[in-house]
Design a protein. Structure first.
Length: 381
């Protein structure tokens, strides 16, 4: 049956989605331990930790190097010495230097007899300056893997001078999901391991927007292939969705920026001649100094250095050339909301205010800590 309009195609897709939702309810798929515990988007505590445990031959799963061998097949690294493999999650490779050429933490670090695999794991966080370049400088022969939900390229900010041939992109949507399915199959005789992998697969389905039921996914694909009209309509809908998504995100970001300024409008500077404001910037926030009405680079202001040193004693705050101290937002930014969440936030005032309040409360923790620090701050002591 041919569709004659995007509206008709939308109707059939919506029907398939409702079937999928009913199947998820009946199967218990919605009961997900990671989501219940609020760990669904934590890169280190959830995703790096779980992937690292599976990849570790000494992991608690008890299948030794089975999962690692499957992963090495995925990334085409057959010569890696699995019998001598050692894995560390969040491997510290030294302090980040002033020009961002050395140091940092590697999300998943694998080594074996002089061979190295470094995995940079991105769920929603943005790239850090020269992140991949710093890892490559640490071990020039390391295999660098850049893992994101959709397999996207690293930014020029994160990759710096590295060429695409110097790292390998992986996606949760295709690569990790395919590998996990192989892991699930070989863990058939280990029911707790197998079902935990299934739980994680369901979490990734949620994060990537992937339909978990193969039958429903195939039905949607078949629907698009039924006619040229359906196929072209799907492309038009995709374009309209992306444009609408961008508008919603921009509206939320603008409104949130204003809410942040209202909540954190206090000058925190203990120094005459300086103003220090707590500012948000996309999916990060931090403390920025202003002198003579213009923002200044914190590292270039000698008078600010004792304060910078004190600010960096606050857990999770990072150094930067321009900011006194800053950090990534732990709550997801608006461009990383699931479609249903984004629509509700953009069209429902109560949902939007709750979303803002969660992020404002997160920021308030660091605002209060910094304020307490500058209250007792003394130079030369």
């Amino acid at each position: 049956m041919e569709m004659t309009s995007p509206q008709g195609l939308l109707g059939q897709v919506s029907s398939l989605r409702r079937i999928q939702e009913k199947l998820a309810l009946l199967s218990g798929e919605n009961f997900n331990i990671f989501r219940i515990l609020g760990l669904e988007t934590h890169e280190v505590r959830t995703h790096s930790a779980f992937l690292g445990e599976l990849l570790n031959p000494a992991g608690s799963h008890g299948l030794r190097d089975t999962f690692l061998k499957l992963f090495l097949r995925l990334i085409d690294f057959p010569d890696f010495e699995v019998s001598r493999a050692r894995l560390v999650v969040e491997q510290y490779i030294g302090p980040i230097d002033a020009d961002y050429t050395q140091g940092g933490r590697i999300d998943i670090y694998l080594e074996a007899a002089g061979q190295y695999i470094f995995i940079e794991n991105k769920i929603y966080a943005s790239d850090q300056q020269n992140q991949l370049g710093r890892y490559q400088a640490y071990r020039p022969n390391a295999r660098l893997l850049y893992l994101t939900l959709d397999g996207s390229e690293p930014t020029a900010w994160g990759a710096s001078s590295l060429a695409p041939a110097q790292y390998q992109r992986l996606s949760y949507y295709a690569d990790i999901m395919g590998w996990l399915e192989q892991c699930r199959q070989v863990a058939a005789a280990y029911p707790l391991v197998r079902e935990t992998i299934v739980q994680y697969q369901h979490l990734l389905n949620h994060l990537t927007g992937r339909t978990s039921n193969d039958f429903i996914r195939m039905e949607m694909q078949q629907l698009l292939r039924q006619s040229e009209e359906n196929f072209v309509s799907a492309f038009a809908l995709k374009q309209a969705f992306e444009e609408s998504q961008a508008v919603f995100v921009e509206e939320l970001a603008t409104a949130f920026s204003e809410a942040w300024k209202v909540r954190f409008n206090e000058n925190l500077s203990p120094l005459p001649g300086y103003v220090i404001h707590f500012q948000s910037f996309n999916n990060s926030y931090g403390f920025r100094a202003i002198r003579n009405g213009a923002e200044v680079a914190a590292t270039q202001e000698e008078a600010l250095q004792p304060l910078v040193a004190q600010a960096l004693t606050i857990p999770k705050l990072r150094r930067d050339n321009n900011w006194i101290a800053w950090k990534w937002m732990e709550n997801r930014y608006f461009d990383n909301l699931q479609p249903a969440e984004l629509y509700q936030a953009a069209t429902n005032e109560a949902v939007r205010q709750q979303l803002f309040e969660e992020r404002l409360q997160e920021g308030a923790v660091y605002f209060d800590r910094f304020k307490a620090l500058v209250t007792t701050f003394r130079f030369g002591i």
